[in-house]
Design a protein around this ligand. Structure first.
Ligand SMILES: [Zn+2]
Length: 439
């Protein structure tokens, strides 16, 4: 597929986003809530497709990974055991003059960058959101919104092991919201305080952890390529010792070339037996694995591929954005992978002529339970094709007056703009075939 832009332009994407309904600012009519975003009609379809592609890849198509959907709210002790209550914080300083709060580790001077005022000593600021369970607002009822989905998996290790009868190596996958009270969020949906994660905790026999880390790194890198990110815009970066998390033995980031620079899409970490051991000690529950072949009992090591749903969605979207010369003008087209596109099939009657309406409705009714469809009958067919290109719809079906006699419609493909006539009775199988085998 020919591509013209090396990567997406943020300003153009934001304009398209608002105009066509991908992402809106949260609480916009009240002036918005900073760094908080809502996915609109097209954005929600794109994001659902990203999650579906991930789930299909790591759960449905593998027999060594099962799914889980744990609650956001968890026992306070979970976060004591995991180390989040003590360690999950940023050093914060406050300006004594203008009272702005800043992250000490991001400061380049020792005075306030806003007013040159004197700064306080750094204080650790925990990034977990607090709330209260029940009607009494006291420390005993204080709980946290989870800062990662991973702990919901670790504390369910015994439940899943005993109910699924899995043998090592096996994994537990989960998609869900997490919350971090970031001091400096930003860059649109890249860094937000409320975000969605897609995480796998893959349990292995100690000693096999290094090879499984490499295997998952390759698997996850290939997934981004398969669904449309160009290799030039993707890279793998190993964490050096100073940036390793307190639980990690080795970590790699898969990074995307965002318009503002390289940024993390997904981390693949070797968390060793840290979490299971911590929860075993803290809860007094035996969390271990008995290997039938070696007759030994041990705590498994964990390889964790942890991706951001919002970041992946943004990266697929940015990388799909293209503008190509089209005669005198320019064609804006989102070259989404066909399985990620928010709308799969556009149904376009050539005109609003009432003779075309019944046939168009029949076709729409036949397709809408199979594919995400959009019906559009306003303005010229050329302009409607452009509107579909702009949101990345891979297939347009046009019903014209010949269709009434020859029982055929025109299928137009987004990338090549190639058009062909197919029998109405064959449309479903033709599109299913293209979805399975096209790029
Ligand atoms: Zn100041």
């Amino acid at each position: 597929m020919t591509r013209y832009l090396p990567y997406g332009d943020m300003e153009k994407l934001l304009s398209l986003s608002k105009r066509r309904g991908f992402v809106f600012q949260s609480s916009e009519i009240y002036g918005g809530l900073s760094s908080t975003w809502d996915y609109g009609p097209l954005g929600v379809e794109l994001k659902r497709n990203v999650k579906e592609a991930w789930w299909r890849s790591v759960v449905v198509s593998r027999d060594d990974v099962v799914g889980l959907d744990a609650a956001i709210l968890m026992q306070r002790q979970v976060w004591e055991a995991s180390g989040h209550l003590d360690n999950f914080s940023d050093p914060l300083v406050e300006c004594k003059t203008c009272h702005i709060r800043l992250r000490e580790d991001q400061l380049e001077t020792d005075v306030c960058p806003e007013c040159s005022g004197e700064l306080t000593e750094p204080r650790n600021f925990n990034l977990m959101f607090k709330t209260f369970q029940g009607p009494v607002e006291e420390t005993a009822s204080e709980i946290f919104l989870r800062p990662e989905t991973a702990q919901g998996i670790f504390v369910n290790f015994n439940n899943v092991l005993n109910s699924s009868r899995k043998k090592l190596p096996f994994g537990i996958a989960q998609i869900g919201k997490s919350f971090r009270n970031e001091i400096t969020p930003g860059n649109f949906t890249f860094r937000t305080r409320e975000f969605e994660q897609m995480e796998i905790e893959f349990f292995v026999t100690p000693g096999e952890d290094d090879q499984w880390l490499q295997s998952w790194l390759k698997e996850r890198y290939d997934w981004y390529i398969k669904y449309g990110i160009r290799e030039d815009n993707l890279r793998i970066r190993k964490h050096d010792d100073s940036e390793l998390a307190h639980y990690a033995k080795e970590t790699y980031d898969i990074e995307y070339r965002f318009p503002w620079g390289w940024g993390e899409l997904e981390g693949i970490a070797n968390r060793t037996d840290f979490d299971l051991t911590q929860h075993a000690q803290s809860s007094g529950t035996d969390i271990s694995y008995f290997d039938e072949t070696t007759k030994s009992r041990f705590v498994p090591y964990v390889i964790e591929p942890s991706g951001g749903v919002d970041r992946a969605t943004l990266a697929f979207w940015l990388d799909a954005y293209d503008e190509e010369p089209d005669g005198e003008s320019t064609r804006t087209v989102l070259k989404f992978h066909r399985l990620l596109a928010p709308v799969t099939v556009a149904i376009l009657p050539l005109s609003k002529n009432e003779k075309l309406v019944p046939l168009t409705k029949t076709i729409l009714d036949r397709l809408k339970f199979k594919f995400k469809c959009q019906y559009d009958d306003s303005q010229s067919i050329g302009r409607r094709y452009r509107r579909q290109d702009e949101i990345g719809t891979p297939f347009c079906i046009t019903i014209d007056f010949d269709s009434l006699d020859d029982h055929k419609v025109t299928i137009r493909e987004r990338d090549t703009m190639h058009q062909s006539r197919v029998f109405i009775s064959d449309i479903v199988s033709v599109i299913e075939d293209k979805l399975e085998h096209n790029w």
